[in-house]
Design a binder for this molecule. Structure first.
Ligand SMILES: [Ca+2]
Ligand SMILES: [Ca+2]
Ligand SMILES: [Ca+2]
Length: 256
């Protein structure tokens, strides 16, 4: 089992090294990243490294290539100190990429991850450092049913209001709904949604097939996504409101 894991992870690591913009580090503070996952890094204050660890098979869903999910999140802050957040037994991080960004704009980096619950399924959660502890900053409502997942698309100011927004596709395998959330003083606020997309193939360790690009050159980042049947690539803007700005035949290489 262990040999199989190493074999399947190695090509991914080599690919990342070849691209040169992502660390291939797989340990942090003596803990090990879950298979198919690595340490995320960012500049700035607050979280500068984040890793999904505490491998567990307690959530038997296996949408991301194996039955192993993460039971904890390990982060390193800008002073070099490490912090650990362990989930309760009823939850896992059903994700491979901790996304570091200052989502609430307070100058301190946060971490965006998919967290799944044994009774209510996946939610998007943001954690931040507060008084030297990892704590939840905000979370979307869970989908509501076990074994229902969401695939993050990306983080940008999609509606051009000066605040970062977080986009994902809810249930990408069974009728995907693009949902975009902005963080406010009251937590996540849904700013747009539209059905008809699929950015993940079931069982794939590629978390998301999507691209953030200013396709119409208006200075605001747009979202490129495969449609539900993966026959078309669709470009979506949220500025000034959600609209499809282009469609072309689907080509996976566009997303690489
Ligand atoms: Ca922050
Ligand atoms: Ca925004
Ligand atoms: Ca644009």
């Amino acid at each position: 089992m262990r040999i199989k894991t190493i074999k399947s992870t190695l090509p991914l690591l080599l690919l990342l090294i070849a691209f040169g913009n992502v660390s291939a580090q797989t340990t942090l503070n003596g803990r090990v990243a879950i298979p198919h996952s690595i340490v995320a890094e960012a500049d700035g204050q607050g979280v500068v490294k984040a890793m999904l660890s505490c491998a567990t098979s307690r959530y038997a869903h296996a949408v991301l290539g194996d039955a192993i999910e993460a039971g904890c999140l390990v982060v390193e802050d800008d002073s070099g100190a490490f912090h650990l957040l362990e989930l309760p037994e009823s939850q896992v991080f059903e994700d491979l990429i901790p996304r570091i960004a200052d989502v609430d704009g307070n100058g301190i980096n946060d971490v965006v991850v998919v967290r799944s619950d044994a009774s209510s399924g996946a939610a998007l959660a943001i954690y931040t450092l507060n008084n030297n502890a990892v704590e939840q900053l905000a979370a979307t409502p869970p989908i509501g049913t076990a074994f229902r997942w969401l695939a993050p698309v990306g983080i940008s100011d999609f509606n051009n209001d000066g605040r970062l927004d977080v986009a994902y596709v809810q249930t990408p395998h069974i009728g995907g709904i693009l949902k975009v959330w902005s963080i406010t003083n009251n937590g996540f606020e849904l700013i747009a949604e539209r059905r008809g997309f699929s950015n993940h193939g079931i069982g794939s360790s590629r978390v998301s097939t999507a691209k953030l690009v200013d396709h119409n050159n208006d200075g605001v980042i747009d979202i490129a996504l495969p449609d539900q049947r993966r026959q078309k690539t669709v470009w979506i803007t949220l500025s000034p409101e959600l609209a499809i700005i282009d469609e072309q035949p689907y080509d996976l290489s566009y997303f690489d």
